[in-house]
Design a protein around this ligand. Structure first.
Ligand code: ARG
Ligand code: ZN
Length: 863
């Protein structure tokens, strides 16, 4: 670690240092006198000594000054500060401790704690935001019953919401009013929430299976009310799904969701009062794509499911974060799969895992699903904790089978309800209900890195035996040079190369040794291996399957994911060869894509996924040294070859997928997706009318999916039609922040040569602001994943990102830190680029007063 970061070098928190809380806080009364510039917070904590010890009461705070401290109603002055902590000596085993502080929500640009967004006041407390509101033991294993009273100006803040149930409200003489809420469920401080604002509500009801009538409300600014039906519908579906699939019922009479424009991530599961980034609530066909609709349903479900996996059972400490996040992602993935095509959902999730988690696992920020240490917990809300964590749950579900898995989750919910639990507690329930030993499986929680599996299949001709040799290797990661063998559940099956028929049943192989040999007797014809079907283990498979075998599987495999995967592998091999400068042979891919397009009975969305070629980043991840330009050229060449060779088919599909007036159904969505892919290939072919076709689609579209796909195509093509479309789009949606984000993002993702310059200019556009995280992510975040543009040989992309991060860090460290990882990929590039990237990381680390968030990410990226 860089010692120059002298005064502020933050200290490392270790999992091994966990100690139960010295004091419990069974009850808390909060009294807010709300005002954007100066909010008074009075907190009354009932505290109880936890066991026999002589420790004083230590309360976390951040940027707070105690204005008063009272113990059992009497003002005291024997308290002191330890850094930011308030320490109060207490003589007995139970006391009432009151504190008073003043905070300024309108100056809170970090968006943690109590802050202002669009004239309203709202909170974000996970992970450690509550300490910015009041002094409290701000850790997830202190479970407290909250009573919250809010007083505010009745005209500016007519709506006052908090957790639990409303228990009282009234008018005050000076134009102010008050409301009081009570949450009967003990909860950790990170689940506290309040909202004060001028909001309209879309109301609904849900009757639980035991007959509780729950009042549902989605709160937004009045003009956005027409865009809330989809989210409300998704909420009702989620509530029914969790009853049906996990036996989980809602437990309060009220469930509210509030949408805000300024939010550091997706949404937050505060008990009874979820607060959302408005991008995951607001949708209508004119402004939201099908992708947005799906994401809204998934996030609404995710936050709702947290009511059990997160709130009723929370985490003992933040090292256990994946206990709630991995499991809840697994649950929301199951929900989304049940709403449409499970195969397509699985493909999307695996693509996401490969785009975000695999690179994390092979880079400087790699960490286990249950980390051992951190500087800043906000940096651990990662794809590893969330998405790899979900894969761990999925593997256990696969190993247990559906009935035992359900028995295991029932046991977990029953046994740990009302407690702060650990990942170990969850795994122990899986073992107990499944009657199995998961000792070795636990390595998935402690070892970082993506395992690699090699698979080779030999066959004795003439109906002899087939021998499958499997071997695993877990690569070293920071702090973990040597790895143990893991348990890899691999679903596999053999197919006959001649007949195309399955030669075996599907079987589940647990590869739990460095290597393993599996023998299949009397295999009638040459077998082709279908392995890791459904992506049963989050690993990289290296097989010796020929291009012909991959093409065969892409046509014949009965597992849709495996069929998709075979095509991806075939395309990837072609792209890697092209990027390495080998003479490009596109014919294999062209034939396989043609066969898929001509094949029977595949649904539109699956087709669209199957014929889409891997991203430039994913190709880069396969190479020892990423050559951004070489990859781009190879990929564009394959796109052009596919566009040209299959031109008639793309045209036919494009026409076939044109639709009448917009409808929202899995079939209509699938058609729109495939239409966008077909348009992309028509453009890639260099067809002279491509820009016209795209512009016509842009103009005629009655929904954002078609408009956006046309705009993306035009932005990649450039020229006058591109500029016209960008201008029209901008004018049409002026004032709609969520749609303007798309305008920025589409340009930042462009494959054109001038994208670096365009992005730099957009950063000076009057509508660009670093203060809004969605806007920052739309431009800066998208640019960081545009492999060729970001990795311009002159280092301009690196310098731009570093400049933006340094500026953003002063406002919002959490969001800045989230955008840093592209700069940490320097080991993957040539020496010239690596030097340029490291120089920018060093420049960041040297900034005086840098946040702990950005410091941790930048310094680790240099190691
Ligand atoms: N628990 C929230 C969710 O997954 C996200 C909280 C993110 N917090 C953070 N500090 N990044 O639904
Ligand atoms: Zn979550």
């Amino acid at each position: 670690m860089d010692m120059q970061h002298s005064a502020a070098t933050p200290s490392v928190i270790h999992r091994a240092d966990y100690r139960p809380p010295a004091w419990r806080v069974p009850e808390l009364a909060l009294d807010f006198d709300l005002d954007p510039a100066a909010t008074r917070v009075r907190a009354t904590l009932s505290v109880e000594r936890g066991g026999a010890h002589g420790e004083p009461l230590r309360l976390d705070g951040e940027g707070l000054t105690p204005l008063a401290v009272r113990v059992d109603g009497v003002a005291v002055n024997d308290w002191w500060m330890e850094g930011e902590r308030l320490v109060v000596p207490l003589a007995g085993d139970a006391h009432r401790v009151e504190t008073e502080v003043e905070i300024a929500p309108d100056r809170n640009t970090q968006l943690m704690g109590l802050y202002a967004s669009g004239g309203n006041l709202c909170t974000q407390c996970e992970a450690e935001g509550f300490r910015r509101i009041t002094f409290f033991p701000d850790r997830p294993d202190v479970l407290t019953v909250y009573r919250v009273r809010m007083t505010a100006d009745a005209r500016r803040f007519p709506v006052l919401l908090s957790n639990g149930d409303p228990v009282g409200q009234g008018e005050l003489p000076d134009g102010r009013h008050w409301a009081e809420w009570h949450d009967p469920f003990p909860k950790p401080s990170y689940l506290f929430a309040l909202v004060a604002g001028d909001l309209a509500v879309n109301r609904g009801t849900f009757t639980t299976r035991s007959g509780r009538v729950v009042q549902l409300g989605i709160w937004v600014r009045a003009a956005d009310l027409p865009k809330t039906d989809h989210a409300l519908h998704a909420l009702k579906l989620s509530m029914a799904w969790d009853e049906r699939v996990y036996g989980r019922e809602y437990d309060l009479d009220v469930f509210n969701i509030v949408a805000v424009d300024d939010f550091n991530f997706g949404a937050m599961e505060n008990k009874g009062l979820n607060i959302f980034n408005s991008r995951y609530i607001l949708a209508d066909p004119d402004t939201a794509t099908d992708y947005d609709y799906d994401a809204i349903a998934a996030v609404v479900a995710h936050e709702y499911f947290h009511n059990w996996s997160g709130n009723r059972i929370t985490c003992r400490d933040w090292f256990q974060l994946s206990l709630k996040e991995g499991f809840t992602v697994y649950r929301d993935q199951g929900f989304s799969a049940d709403q449409g095509s499970p195969a397509v959902k699985r493909i999307e999730d695996v693509r996401g895992l490969r785009a975000s988690q695999f690179p994390e696992d092979s880079g400087p920020l790699a960490h286990p699903v249950r980390p051992e240490a951190y500087l800043e917990i906000s940096n651990f809300y990662t794809a590893t904790i969330y998405n790899k964590g979900a894969e761990l749950i999925r593997m256990m579900a696969t190993i247990l089978g559906p009935q035992s898995f359900r028995a295991a989750t029932d046991l977990y919910f029953d046994r740990f309800d009302g407690t702060a639990a650990t990942c170990e507690d969850f795994v122990a329930c899986m073992e107990e209900a499944g009657g199995i030993d998961l000792s070795q499986f636990r390595l998935w929680y402690s070892q970082a890195g993506t395992p690699r599996v090699s698979a080779s299949l030999e066959h004795q001709a003439g109906g002899g035996r087939a021998t499958l040799r499997l071997a695993q290797h877990v690569p070293p990661t920071p702090g973990q040079p040597v790895k143990q063998s893991m348990v890899l559940p691999l679903r596999l099956r053999l197919f006959g190369a001649q007949t195309g028929q399955p030669l075996t049943d599907e079987q589940l192989v647990l590869l739990d040794q460095p290597s393993k040999t599996i023998v299949f007797e009397t295999v009638a014809e040459r077998p082709v291996l279908s392995i890791n079907r459904g992506f049963s283990a989050p690993v990289v498979v290296e097989s010796d399957r020929s291009p012909a075998d991959l093409a065969f599987l892409s046509a014949h495999d009965d597992d849709p994911f495996a069929r998709y995967e075979a095509m991806q592998q075939l395309m990837l091999d072609t792209l890697v060869a092209g990027a390495l400068g080998d003479a490009a042979d596109h014919q294999g891919v062209v034939d396989a894509v043609a066969r898929t397009l001509d094949g029977p009975d595949l649904d539109w969305a699956f087709l669209a996924e199957a014929v889409l070629i891997p991203s430039e980043n994913f190709v880069g991840d396969q190479l020892a040294v990423v050559d951004p330009q070489g990859i781009h050229t190879a990929r564009e060449a394959l796109r052009q070859a596919l566009g040209t060779a299959l031109a008639d088919r793309w045209r036919a599909l494009y026409d076939q997928t044109g639709q009448g007036a917009y409808t929202y159904s899995p079939e209509a969505k699938g058609k729109r997706r495939l239409r966008g892919v077909a348009l992309g290939y028509i453009a890639a072919s260099g067809a002279p009318d491509a820009a016209d076709l795209a512009f016509r689609q842009f103009e005629a579209a009655d929904n954002m999916t078609d408009r956006q796909s046309a705009l993306s195509t035009l932005v990649n093509l450039g020229g006058p039609a591109c500029q016209a479309a960008l201008d029209r789009f901008y004018t049409r949606y002026a004032g709609n922040a969520l749609v303007l984000d798309k305008w920025f993002q589409t340009q930042a993702l462009s494959s054109r040569d001038d994208t670096g310059a365009v992005v730099a200019a957009l950063a000076r556009h009057p509508d660009f602001t670093l203060a809004n995280p969605n806007r920052a992510r739309a431009l800066i975040g998208a640019f960081g994943v545009n492999q060729r543009a970001f990795n311009a040989a002159d280092g301009s992309g690196y310098r731009f990102l570093a400049d933006q991060l340094i500026a953003l860090d002063r406002l919002n460290p959490q969001t800045a830190a989230k955008l840093l990882p592209p700069l940490g990929r320097w080991r993957r590039f040539d020496a010239a680029r690596a030097d340029l990237m490291r120089a920018e990381l060093q420049r960041i680390v040297a900034v005086p007063g840098l946040s702990r968030d950005l410091y941790e990410q930048a310094s680790k990226s240099l190691e």
